[in-house]
Design a protein around this ligand. Structure first.
Ligand code: BGC
Length: 739
């Protein structure tokens, strides 16, 4: 780098104003595109290729000669992952990389609170700043298609509207720290089994109505600066260099100007990577996706092989200029962003934010009056279940976190009640990815018997089990093997309930599961991987310090067969292995995912999407409906009153159904939600605006969103299955909305 450029670069880095001699690309006063153009004009072909692939496990180079910095990335999405070695997946063993573990994204989705999504993004972004990261690998917005998907806990449920609405504030607030979101995994990475190469066949309609909208919102409304390609294939091409997904849809239709980053090891072909919209290749190895090899960064598909093709004229130089342009934009927005604030970690504010999110995420599924547990009445409590003590920040794959503190449920419950004893009930080891722990039956039998023998001596039993982040549970790279809870928990819960009728089952999972014991226990709580504040959040909810207000972001089918993806045989899930062609699958349930399936096929879920109880009661009044004078919108207002004795929060949901259409439509679909906070006796109004966009379906033949004149229903609801009032309205042939 010449001395003049070096001085300018230093001045800019130190925040000293640019002088007349400052080159355009280093002048922060100049518009981004001018700076990018100027930088590009100074870069050699080799330098452009260099910014398109990794230089270590989690970084890519900048342009050292020009003083353009490296990009440093980190998982994501629930906190900033511990430092990883330069060249392999081992942890680097730093002593200054402990952070706050925020609640999993499933939990965030269960809050149905956009403000909490923004709080999440702001706080995790501050931690990323402190750790000097430019890109945080998240949030994940893949749709919950099957309860067996090992990675659902990292996503935001089964509904594209909910996932999109929660992703946007998270992304905006995160990026206000000068840290890029990297929205993942684009697209159709809806299971972990065969994730590396399964070829997904899905109709255009299901693609546009179900699997893409949350990504689209993240890009067009959240203005995400980067996006991560998925491992799997779609239309025969790997998603990390997929012409339709990346060129046509992401850039063509949505106008994305950020960088496309591969999932780690997701690139497979230099020509496709050159032509099909990929910008940065990370994590590649010759011999597979995640194992270590001698494959060097120069051997990456977008390194020397790409340079060779460019030099021979086999692909045009414009491909690498376009990639370098996208990467430079990302660097300017993050590493070269002079306005970014200083970061901080594990502050009281971060813990308070994690607690606030956790508090609003826990879902009360059943309560015959046992909850909240009053410590004055229930003095002697038995806690059973491994998740009461297990540090669930560990495991799960790439989202694993090195938390500075993990406050466990058992510790928090001990603080709340006079006498608390503990019985483990079952035991598991620590295994990730494709490793599985098989626990000897005799061990499980003896732990179960010990807990059941203790149970009658207590005023109440709090059971805290569920899944954990071991392989084949809620963990990356493998799917669950069964819908029931593992390690003999069903029998354990049934015997505990028989031994002590005052039992609360409060499971921690990122997925739905069978509850054969649901009728035999008086209270059921659904909790999530809540991170650092797991214990305090669960204890406060169980004792009534916090009134639960979470609602399910996905349905709990009674049986696995009741879930849409599992209704069409193995071609639908997990797919069929066709030998040389690799595994393939067809999404035969099409648009009928989650509650759309349960409602349309009249197969009730055990606990439906959007469902969750409170310690108070809410009464929904009559909706007021008003059409705007131009007929373009309907304003729907519904009063909701807290009719119980304690303050509480209620998420009022709006679903819309089309009475008659030329295509099959779900009975109704979520189009709005408002979370109200109400003191006892208070009334507040939830307001919704319905426009023609809310009535549309995706028409495959015209490749357009279409609304057909006719009658529709607006349903105000407390869950997808609890409709409080229905308001009919019309769309006229002139395209106007009428009552
Ligand atoms: C995961 C990504 C993650 C990446 C880096 C991959 O295995 O699928 O979600 O960001 O690793 O750790």
């Amino acid at each position: 780098m010449d001395l003049r450029l070096m001085t300018s670069a230093l001045a800019v880095a130190l925040g000293i104003s640019a002088s007349a001699s400052t080159p355009v690309y280093l002048d922060p006063e100049r518009p981004l595109e001018e700076r990018v153009d100027d930088a590009l004009s100074r870069m050699t072909l080799e330098e452009k290729v260099a910014v398109c692939h990794a230089q270590s496990k989690f970084s890519s180079p900048g342009v050292r000669r020009l003083g353009i910095p490296e990009l440093w990335m980190s998982d994501g999405p629930h906190g900033v992952r511990a430092e990883i070695n330069w060249n392999d997946w081992g942890y680097a063993g730093w002593t200054n990389d402990s952070i706050t573990a925020f609640p999993a994204l499933t939990a965030l989705a269960a809050t149905w609170n956009r403000d909490l999504a923004a709080l999440y993004g702001k706080n995790v972004g501050e931690e990323a700043r402190y750790r000097d990261k430019d890109v945080l690998l998240g949030p994940g917005v893949n749709i919950y298609r099957t309860p067996l998907n090992g990675r659902n806990f990292e996503y935001m449920g089964e509904d594209p509207y909910l996932a999109g609405e929660m992703a946007v504030p998270y992304i905006r607030a995160l990026q206000s720290n000068g840290v890029a979101a990297c929205v993942k995994h684009f697209a159709l990475n809806n299971q972990e089994k065969w994730r590396d190469n399964i070829n997904v066949t899905v109709s255009d309609r299901a693609l546009y109505e179900i699997y893409l909208p949350a990504f689209k919102k993240a890009v067009t409304q959240g203005n995400a600066w980067s996006i991560m390609g998925a491992y799997n294939r779609y239309a025969g091409e790997h998603c990390c260099h997929n012409a339709r997904l990346l060129n046509d849809i992401l850039r063509g239709e949505w106008g994305f100007d950020g960088a496309v980053i591969t999932d780690w090891g997701g690139a497979h072909d230099t020509r496709q990577a050159a032509l099909n919209g990929l910008d940065i290749e990370m994590g590649s190895f010759t011999n597979g996706l995640t194992s270590e090899s001698d494959f060097t960064y120069d051997d990456y598909y977008l390194a020397r092989p790409y340079l060779d093709m460019l030099r021979k004229g086999e692909v045009s130089d414009s491909t690498v200029t376009a990639k370098a342009r996208n990467v430079l934009r990302l660097i300017y927005r993050t590493a070269m962003n002079r306005d970014k604030p200083l970061g901080s970690v594990t502050t009281p504010e971060h813990y308070a934010a994690a607690k606030a999110i956790a508090d609003e995420s826990v879902v009360l599924l059943k309560n015959n009056g046992l909850l909240p547990l009053d410590p004055a009445r229930y003095r002697k409590v038995l806690v059973v279940g491994e998740n009461a003590v297990r540090h669930l920040n560990l495991g799960g794959g790439s989202s694993e976190l090195k938390a500075k503190d993990m406050f466990t449920p058992l510790d928090a419950i001990r603080e709340a009640f006079e006498t608390v004893d503990y019985a483990q009930g079952y035991v598991t080891g620590r295994f990730m990815y494709n490793d599985e722990d098989i626990i000897p039956q005799a061990t499980l039998d003896s732990l179960r018997q010990q807990a059941v023998d203790m149970a009658p001596d207590y005023d109440a039993v709090i059971y805290i089990g569920g899944l954990n982040k071991n392989g084949f549970q809620d963990c990356e790279a493998s799917d669950r093997r069964e819908y029931n809870l593992p390690w003999g928990q069903d029998l354990l819960i049934e015997q505990l309930a028989a031994a002590n009728p005052n039992i609360v089952v409060a499971n921690i999972t990122g997925n739905a599961y069978a509850m054969p014991w649901a009728d035999r226990v008086p209270a059921i709580v659904q909790s999530w991987y809540l991170g650092t504040m797991t214990g305090p959040a669960m204890a406060d909810m169980l004792t009534g310090k916090v009134n639960p207000s979470g609602k399910l972001p996905f349905s709990f089918p009674k049986r696995l067969e009741d879930s849409a993806a599992h209704n069409f045989g193995e071609v639908s899930y997990p797919g069929v292995d066709t030998g040389d062609e690799g595994p393939r699958q067809e999404y035969l349930e099409d648009i009928l995912v989650g509650y759309r399936w349960h409602d349309t096929k009249k197969i009730p879920a055990l606990y439906p999407f959007g469902y969750g109880l409170s310690y108070t009661t809410f009464t929904y009044g009559k909706p007021q409906v008003e059409v705007t004078t131009d007929g373009d919108a309907i304003r729907l207002t519904v009063p909701v009153t807290n009719t119980g004795a304690v303050a509480g929060k209620e998420t009022v949901q709006l679903y819309i159904g089309d009475d008659k259409a030329s295509v099959l439509r779900p009975v109704r679909e979520l189009k709005g939600f408002v979370k109200l906070s109400l003191e006892p006796g208070a009334t507040s109004a939830a307001e919704f605006v319905i426009t023609r966009d809310d009535l549309k379906f995706y028409d495959e033949s015209s490749h357009a969103w279409v609304d057909e004149p006719g009658t529709f229903k607006a349903c105000v609801a407390a869950s997808s299955a609890d409709i409080k009032s229905t308001v009919p309205f019309r769309l006229t042939t002139e395209g106007k909305l009428k009552k």
